[in-house]
Design a protein around this ligand. Structure first.
Ligand code: EPU
Length: 293
């Protein structure tokens, strides 16, 4: 069987709700945590040889997996957490958390990623989604992205060819990010970077429900319009479906109040889309990736 060669890296029947920030998601029949770029390639090659489908779950902060049994093999780069600085560049593996990367870079006085403080998730997902906030995005810092293609082969993509745009990038279909090279600015003041990151986190904590189980913003702010304000003006803040609700604090957040199901969360997403379209003629664009069941 395809997984015999990686048996120690495979978990059967893994509950994905334990791995998503909204704490929702069904049970993956096969969950694989490759230890290295090479092993990610070997797993992909084995899956490809058997014609098996897969999906990548990184930090799980922008994902809504379905309830129930998930038959696609789930690849998780969480064991690949390397960080190495060489001069102005850092090479970071896909499974390192964004928060750890920011802390490490700040500690070395390397400026650039300090503005990403407070954003959840892992480096690979952050690059795929071009994660960012008010003070900047990761895309402009990216010099190279190392990926494994769906047949397991390695490819390296120049940052300028990544097609970075607001919360999106362009990668070959099925490509899995394994590591990233970022270009940062050396400073001699790690303390100043830490203070600025701390200030950004404080600002977020005041404006957003950062302690509840949620996946950050559900919708993009398309055409410069705040999705949170649109949902608020549509009168949907606090709307409850099962154990899920639209945050009473911020209209662009859905919270899991306990045992929410993916279908509850999806019902709220669809309700917000429908009402905002009816009331304001605006088609909300999802930032959260909803996996089909
Ligand atoms: N606001 C309301 N009502 C709401 C929500 C927001 O009046 O229900 C107001 C706020 O008071 C504020 C303005 O709308 O004056 C903007 O809100 P906020 O500062 O929370 O920013 P946002 O535009 O909703 C964006 C990003 C966030 C990021 C913040 C801060 C998107 C979709 N969202 O949110 O990113 O954290 O700026 O940098 O781009 C994410 O992508 O998951 C995310 C949370």
């Amino acid at each position: 069987m395809w997984c015999d060669a990686f048996a120690e890296r495979v978990t059967r029947d893994r509950e994905l709700r334990d791995l998503t920030s909204v704490r929702v998601g069904g049970r993956a029949l096969f969950f694989v945590e490759p230890a290295s770029d090479e092993q990610m390639g070997a797993v992909l090659a084995a899956l490809s040889a058997e014609g098996l489908g897969y999906r990548v779950l990184g930090g799980g902060s922008n994902l809504l997996p379905p309830d129930g049994e998930i038959r696609e093999v789930i690849l998780h780069p969480g064991a690949m957490r390397g960080f190495a600085a060489v001069g102005e560049e850092v090479r970071v593996q896909a499974g390192l958390s964004l928060a750890s990367m920011v802390a490490r870079a700040n500690g070395l006085g390397l400026a650039g990623v300090h503005v990403l403080a407070g954003i959840p998730g892992q480096v690979g997902g952050a690059v795929v989604m071009n994660a960012g906030g008010r003070y900047g995005e990761i895309g402009p810092l990216v010099k190279r992205v190392h990926v494994r293609l769906d047949d397991g082969s390695a490819e390296s993509i120049d940052g300028n060819d990544m097609g970075f745009a607001y919360r999106q990038s362009e990668l070959p279909e099925g490509a899995v990010v394994t590591s990233v090279v970022l270009g940062l600015d050396p400073t001699d003041d790690p303390g100043a970077l830490r203070r600025e990151s701390g200030r950004i986190i404080k600002e977020k904590n005041a404006a957003q429900p950062t302690t509840s189980r949620n996946f950050g913003c559900m919708f993009k702010n398309s055409d410069g319009r705040s999705a949170g304000i649109l949902v608020e003006e549509a009168g949907l803040k606090g709307l409850v479906q099962g154990d899920a609700r639209i945050s009473p604090q911020h209209g662009n957040f859905i919270e899991n109040m306990g045992g929410a199901k993916a279908r509850d969360v999806l019902a709220l997403i669809e309700r917000a889309e429908t009402v905002v379209l009816e009331r304001f003629g605006v088609r909300l664009e999802r930032e959260v990736r909803v996996w089909n069941s």
